[in-house]
Design a protein around this ligand. Structure first.
Ligand SMILES: Nc1nc2c([nH]c(=O)n2[C@H]2C[C@H](O)[C@@H](COP(=O)(O)OP(=O)(O)OP(=O)(O)O)O2)c(=O)[nH]1
Ligand SMILES: [Mg+2]
Length: 129
């Protein structure tokens, strides 16, 4: 039995209420789909530390404050993930895809135009509700 991957995920909202999406590189698990930036929580790290580190590494944003949004357990068959999802309500900096990935600020009503990993359905429902 393989163990769950603990992932810190940020739903980052700008002052215009738009949400930041990043495109996962094709060669990765769930590649080519759009995601909320984030990544694996490393040993000895809290979720909040991981979120701060990942958002700096991936999209060059400095997190100022966050609020818990939801937790999702999902089994992709090849991988089991535990998504620990937080609203990022305050941040500084300009978003850029530091790993060469496309990033886009998207209005909430337009989120349904994007293809997300299966586990994200529940996140979308929550944001749209
Ligand atoms: N960041 C993020 N990951 C998601 C989302 N939805 C979803 O199913 N995942 C899954 C895909 C991956 O299996 C896992 C994230 O792992 P990852 O490979 O991106 O982790 P990472 O950024 O730390 O990258 P690395 O260690 O491989 O360099 O979570 C989402 O909205 N955002
Ligand atoms: Mg990542």
């Amino acid at each position: 039995m393989s163990k769950q991957i603990h992932v810190a995920v940020g739903v980052i909202q700008d002052p215009h209420k738009r949400i930041l999406l990043a495109k996962r590189p094709e060669h990765l698990h769930q590649g080519g789909k759009w995601e909320f930036p984030g990544g694996k929580v490393e040993k000895q790290e809290t979720t909040s530390q991981a979120l701060i580190r990942e958002l700096k590494e991936e999209v060059n944003l400095d997190v100022v404050s966050t609020e818990p949004l939801m937790e999702i357990h999902h089994d992709y068959g090849d991988k089991q993930v535990f998504l620990d999802i937080h609203w990022v309500t305050h941040f500084t900096g300009e978003a850029e895809g530091l790993e060469g990935q496309p990033v886009q600020w998207v209005e909430i009503e337009k989120l349904t135009d994007f293809e997300f990993p299966e586990a994200n359905k529940a996140i979308l429902e929550k944001i749209l509700s």
